[in-house]
Design a protein around this ligand. Sequence first.
Ligand code: CP
Length: 310
Amino acid sequence: MQFKGRDVIAIKDFTKAEIMHILDEAEKLVPAAKGTTRMTNLEGRILCTLFFEPSTRTRLSFESAMQILGGGVIGFADPTGSSVTKGETLADTVRMADAFGDAIVLRHPLEGAARLASEHSNIPVINAGDGAGQHPTQTLLDLFTIKRAKGKIEGNKVILLGDLKYGRTVHSMAYALAMFGVEICFVSPKGLEMPREVIRGISSFGTETRETHDLAGVLPEADVLYVTRIQKERFPDVEDYLKVAGTYRIDIEMLKKAKSDLIVMHPLPRVDEIAKEVDSTPHAWYFKQAFSAIPVRMAILKLIIEGDAS
Ligand code: CP
């Protein structure tokens, strides 16, 4: 398997075997991610983090992952502190990062920005979210979380709940779950259904999929409930957002209808779609999911910067 120098733009750029290899590597890196061992694999290497949109988990976990591997980090968390404010293009900004570092992590509000960046860079570009497009490294850590919780990815029934129209994590996740033959149920408020091109894109895998607006009707069968927030910032009209805001909320009462070993996931940040009371139940996996970001992003950085002999 060849990982060295590769971009990470969309989950479909990776085979199932490659995804499993990344997850296996991540498993080996858990002790280091927990701080019990020190690593020097990426000593002298530099990661450039270019964040044109806000982030807590993705940016901090990439920075943490790089530092645990012995590398350094440069970049910006907000483009207002960069020469973008003087009119510099994304292509030129990327060319600079290419000259200064060994890999680029890019978050940008425009769909396709990461693919464009990769065309202007000789070093690997990692898509950390491009508008309502894709968030492939989130998907890898989501798969890692399911594997850790359930022992395997295949054979689970997964509900993707929430803003399936604008939520990029669910676009990547739907593709990956279909690749693994997972039965997927899409549950959204009216008007926020999964885009038809995503449904068409996963149909070739022959996976069983279902769409509904009725969560209560499908919850009892689910093994994984993947909740997402409504992406307020992507609505062209705030009035449209207000029509769907608060239309679903997971609480303890609702979870009484679920399997006792159902896991509730969420890429975070959450707004009000999971009640705080759920946090202390065995269903709550979203904070463990957030921790998975460290070993998984360590594995990605190690594989694409250092390479892999297998
Ligand atoms: N899950 C996720 O992408 O979180 P951030 O927006 O905080 O990076």
